[in-house]
Design a protein around this ligand. Structure first.
Ligand code: PLP
Length: 481
């Protein structure tokens, strides 16, 4: 029989093109500093450069890679640049990227233990490794009542925690009957917006997510939390959940977890700890005090895809009582039944999150941890914190600038004393220059610049240059005044 016609890439072609792609990525990382950090394209510019219709006939792979260079790169904001100081880091690394490539190569869909036992067991194992690595309570270990799972994002983790809290508070009836508008949850005015989204999706409603006031350091006030819970109970409502944050997005504020937990426990609230970025700092024992009180949490989450050199997406989510989570999210249609599940001897992670299908994400996390070792991870995290503290020192010493919030770890919130317009101009000019990328927030109503440290290859020289450029733009303003 003649060979059947095929359009597929052969293993040999894959090998050749694969080498070219890995070379391209290695070159990209060596020249990433040469690009403007923030993409300079106008809205619609990238689409306008693409053909209106898809190709009827396949094209040579070399053309694809050339088009990435020519058409796509101009529209890329270079998150991996050492001059990226915006939002929060989303740092990648060689081992992380290669682990992700292997995950694609294996092409596993690990919805059930039986659909790839290694996908489940490696994940459970790596999440167990991380518990002592981060100084988290033993109750999160899979050997006890708890356990960890990799989710796509901290937003999904928060949603799962809120759903489990809602179910627990309604004796597992709200999945069946829906919410009656009486369930309430608590966060602070500084909590990440994903909690509002979770309240929308969980059917709790944004009005029933109480945003508790914060103190002068932007941390939740436990006394205000207690007062709000009591008022809600008097009104016949059902408080079910509170989120405490280790390192808020806006200013890296640290909520007093232990005190929040004490208030929450009195009313049987589910305590979720969101340590999306700052959780990584707990790799270093000297920063673990920031998460004191997490031993009282029902769930805890952090994003290796922010600051732990594990390319997006990779969120770790632990629960103290996995039964509550599983009872909330488990559905078993006939077509997913299998002996391993029935035996009760395995974890089926499809019951631990929203979606059914799942990638083999633990590979990249495993690679990162094994490549760096705890020592290597600690080294780089300490270095980032040190660089941020040095930057904060320069701000403190400069008569034109001031710090706008405590600098607990790797985020510096600061502003020029010339007011909002001055800060806006400085930031816009810096970002337009392409030399670095900074973003802003509002603290006490004032526009505040944020410099967040954590890119894989950021060194002292990048931070020194960033400060020099900030001072130059500030001087330009003064000269023009
Ligand atoms: C404290 C905090 N929580 C949650 C998030 C949301 O993270 P993700 O993009 O993983 O949903 C972020 C980052 O944006 C964050 O800083």
């Amino acid at each position: 029989m003649p060979a059947e016609k095929s359009f597929h890439m052969t293993p040999d072609e894959f090998r050749r093109h694969g080498h070219a792609v890995v070379d391209w990525i290695a070159d990209y990382h060596s020249r990433v500093e040469s690009f403007p950090v923030l993409s300079q394209v106008k809205p619609g510019q990238i689409r306008a450069s693409l053909p209106a219709s898809p190709p009827a006939q396949g094209e040579p792979f070399e053309t694809l890679l050339k088009d990435v260079e020519k058409l796509i790169l101009p529209g890329v904001t270079h998150w991996q640049s050492p001059n990226f100081f915006a939002y929060f880091p989303c740092n990648a690394s060689g081992p992380g990227i290669l682990g992700d490539l292997l995950s694609s190569g294996l092409g596993v869909q690990g919805m059930l233990w039986s659909t790839s036992p290694a996908c489940t067991e490696l994940e459970t194992h790596v999440l167990d490794w991380l518990v002592p690595m981060l100084g988290l309570p033993e109750k999160f270990l899979s050997s006890g009542t708890g356990g960890g799972v990799i989710q796509d994002t901290a937003s999904s983790a928060a949603l799962c925690a809120l759903l489990a809290a809602r179910e627990r508070a309604t004796n597992y009836t709200s999945n069946q009957k829906g919410c009656d508008g009486r369930i309430v949850a608590y966060a602070s005015t500084q909590t990440h917006s994903s909690l509002q989204k979770a309240a929308m999706i969980a059917g709790i409603g944004v009005e029933n997510l109480r945003l508790i006031e914060v103190d002068k350091n932007f941390a939740m006030r436990p006394d205000a939390l207690a007062r709000q819970i009591e008022a809600d109970k008097r009104a016949g409502l059902v408080p079910c959940f509170v989120c405490a944050t280790v390192g808020t997005t806006s200013s890296n504020a640290m909520d007093p977890i232990a005190e929040i937990a004490r208030v929450g426990r009195e009313h049987n609230l589910w305590l979720h700890v969101d340590a999306a970025m700052s959780g990584t700092a707990a790799l270093c024992p000297e920063f673990r005090h920031l998460q004191n009180g997490s031993e009282l949490a029902d769930s805890y989450t952090f994003n290796p895809h922010k600051w732990m050199f594990t390319n997006f997406d990779c969120n770790c989510f632990w629960v103290a009582d996995r039964k509550a989570l599983i009872q909330t999210l488990s559905i078993l249609p006939e077509y997913l039944r299998n002996q391993a599940t029935e035996s009760g001897a395995v974890i089926d992670y499809r019951d631990w999150h929203i979606q059914l299908g799942r990638r083999f994400r633990s590979l990249k996390l495993w690679f990162v941890i094994r490549h760096y070792g705890v020592e290597g991870l600690q080294h780089h995290i300490r270095r980032h914190v040190q660089l941020a503290q040095t930057f904060a020192h320069w701000v403190r010493e400069d008569e034109n600038f001031e710090l706008a919030a405590p600098v607990a770890l790797n985020l510096v919130c600061f502003r020029h004393k010339g007011g909002d317009a001055a800060n806006q101009t400085i930031m816009d000019r810096l970002n337009r220059s392409g030399d670095l990328f900074l973003t802003h927030t509002k603290l006490n109503g004032n526009l505040t610049l944020r410099l967040c440290m954590g890119q894989t290859n950021t060194e002292a020289r990048h931070v020194e240059r960033a400060w020099k450029r900030i001072c130059e733009e500030a001087e330009r303003l003064t000269a023009a005044a």
